[in-house]
Design a protein around this ligand. Structure first.
Ligand SMILES: [Zn+2]
Length: 244
């Protein structure tokens, strides 16, 4: 049985949200139906990860400060393995660029089971990443999603060039251009740092997309159980600056 199928113990939605759960169950199949029907609540594997959205963001930023200062914690992975074998309750979800220099677990000085990370070049939300983040929020109880862009992003840079020159990238890469194009077009008349502006706008756009993604994420935001935030990672010093 896979990790997602075996995760049936944590359900954060109130019974009054049956209508939302009903839609969610139909959308996500037996996955959420099993979670909603779970009567036996066992303790989360990481009780310290049960946080409010604000406390989750504070913990992320403190972890980033340690990473920037070069004083990251020593993570005892061996000790954690047994507790995490039976489940997970990550305290934050990250939608990050796939760029090898970012590494969210390092950037936020977090251990295993702490971050639910989705990565794609250009850190945009597509159907599959929205679905994955819905799972994190509705089933795992994750209180925070951070869309994490970064400076000098090759995917955004390639999208700008492709749109400007009217060229088509090889292989499947045009799909990245299509996803990033709205942000590029939105800032094309702004002047100044075109790449930096597009990277920032892309983060802002995807924060808005996730916050309003019905029915699961939007409802969790309305209930105050979820915050969706944006950040930009600076390659030079590792600092994450919040956006918006
Ligand atoms: Zn990138």
């Amino acid at each position: 049985m896979c990790e997602m199928c075996s995760q049936n113990s944590i359900q954060r939605f109130e019974p009054s949200r049956r209508s939302v759960l009903g839609v969610a169950a139909s959308a996500m199949g037996l996955l959420l139906a099993n979670a909603a029907g779970a009567k036996e609540m066992k303790a989360p594997p990481k009780p310290q990860n049960v946080l409010t959205p604000a406390a989750s963001l504070e913990r992320l930023l403190k972890g980033n400060a340690r990473y920037v200062d070069g004083v990251s914690l020593r993570h005892d992975f061996k000790h954690e393995r047994e507790a995490l074998a039976g489940g997970q309750n990550p305290y934050a979800a990250i939608l990050s660029c796939a760029d090898s220099r970012i590494a969210p677990e390092y950037a936020f000085d977090s251990g295993r089971g702490d971050l639910f990370v989705c990565r794609v070049a250009g850190n945009f939300a597509n159907t599959e990443t929205v679905a994955s983040l819905e799972y994190a929020v509705a089933v795992l109880g994750t209180p925070l999603i951070v869309v994490l862009g970064h400076d000098s992003c090759g995917a955004v840079s390639a999208a700008i060039k492709s749109l400007k020159d009217g060229t088509t990238l090889p292989g499947h890469m045009p799909s990245l251009v299509t996803a990033i194009a709205p942000a590029v077009n939105a800032v094309s008349q702004q002047g100044g740092d075109n790449l930096g502006n597009a990277i920032r706008q892309n983060v802002i756009d995807n924060v808005a997309k996730l916050s309003s993604a019905t029915p699961i994420l939007s409802t969790a935001v309305e209930q105050g159980k979820l915050k969706v935030a944006g950040g930009i990672y600076r390659l030079g010093d590792g600092k994450v600056e919040m956006v918006g």
